[in-house]
Write a protein that binds this ligand. Structure first.
Ligand SMILES: [Zn+2]
Length: 350
């Protein structure tokens, strides 16, 4: 969409506005208390073509938390996109306390292009936050989500799975910052979502102007947020989709927003040490392990060969743990992930 038409849309939206306190606006979408609406956040054309991000807003009859559920950040991660269609069908604003913002597909450009990891600008949307209004498409999407979705939210769940090449077991990331209030709220979100493996993440950037990740953008603005992973390999299998759907509704129940079945984890398994094992070379990857498999230090994870079949590297587990994901398709470029290994404990890390 051209900038002129965007401005027309924006002025039309503000001309029709109800009193600010009554209406929740996200992009072109506006919903008064007790109402729902669906439409788009328009990301205008810039140095490259823009896009339209589909969103639904459910504004409850009673005020309360504003939960943002963000699906489809990566192009071939389909389970969250399917799950949010199902969540949308189950929500009723008349019976909702607070508000829910569903970002049905954060990155349409990579989805319709059937891309993994990277948008056409060569950037990973989940590494460019908080984004830039005059940047390339990934940066403009990140800026739109930061300013139009994360800004009005009180809680954020960024919903992922293994990308089109990643065979992944379900888990949540719990970001530990050292701020006891937000850390406790983040842990509560992770347990409420219902995935029993919780990866402790202490490595996210502190600077709110260089947050890189969607969930970290919320956390560094004082809003509890988690990243969840269920599914992978370009599939939409029922268990993976159901875990996302049930987790989203369970979080709403835990926040007191609606009556829904809880899938809260009673006995979480914490991943207190984890490492993405990356490829030392560009080549052809053949995994030797499967997701959820236990490995010892030095267990063969797989081999990278050249196009002729000569083995260039044997890739081994850096420490004992579980395979949280492993790349399941042959192409790999130097520096890209091959596997994610985590050490699992039932003792909550300090
Ligand atoms: Zn992802």
């Amino acid at each position: 969409m051209k900038l002129v038409s965007l401005l027309l849309v924006l002025s039309a939206a503000s001309a029709a506005s109800a009193p600010a306190a009554e209406t929740l606006r996200v992009g072109e979408v506006a919903a008064a208390h007790g109402q729902q609406a669906s439409g788009y956040i328009v990301v205008p054309d810039g140095v490259d073509p823009g896009t339209r991000i589909p969103v639904s807003v459910f504004n409850g009859a009673k005020p309360g938390p504003v939960l943002a559920l963000i699906a489809g950040t990566h192009g071939s991660e389909y389970t969250s996109i399917v799950a949010l269609q199902r969540v949308r069908a189950r929500l009723d604003p008349a019976r909702l306390t607070g508000a829910v913002i569903l970002v049905h597909m954060a990155n349409p450009t990579t989805f319709y292009g059937r891309r993994i990891y990277f948008s056409p600008d060569g950037k990973n949307l989940n590494r460019v936050y908080p984004g830039q209004a005059d940047g390339t498409i990934s940066q403009r999407i990140a800026h739109a989500i930061t300013t139009q979705v994360i800004a009005p939210a009180t809680h954020v769940v960024d919903m992922h799975c293994g990308d089109g090449n990643e065979s992944l077991r379900p888990y949540s990331y719990w970001q530990v910052t050292g701020d006891s209030t937000i850390d406790a709220a983040g842990k509560r979100l992770a347990l409420a979502f219902g995935l029993d493996h919780v990866v402790i993440d202490r490595e996210r950037p502190v600077d709110p102007n260089r947050t890189l990740y969607t969930s970290n953008t919320a956390v560094r603005r004082g809003k509890p947020a988690i990243t969840v992973e269920s599914g992978g390999m370009g599939l939409t299998d029922e268990p993976s989709v159901l875990a996302q759907e049930a987790g989203a509704l369970s979080v709403m129940a835990d926040l007191g927003m609606l009556d829904a079945p809880s899938v809260k984890v009673d006995k979480p398994l914490f991943v207190d040490r984890s490492q993405v094992v990356t490829s030392p070379a560009t080549g052809i990857w053949r995994p030797a392990v499967e997701k959820m498999q236990s490995v010892a230090t030095g267990t063969l994870l797989g081999r990278v060969s050249d196009p002729f079949g000569n083995v260039l590297h044997e890739i081994r587990a850096p420490f004992a743990g579980e395979v949280l994901y492993v790349v399941g398709t042959p192409p790999v470029s130097e520096g890209e992930p091959l596997a994610f290994v985590g050490h699992v404990t039932d003792v909550e890390p300090k």
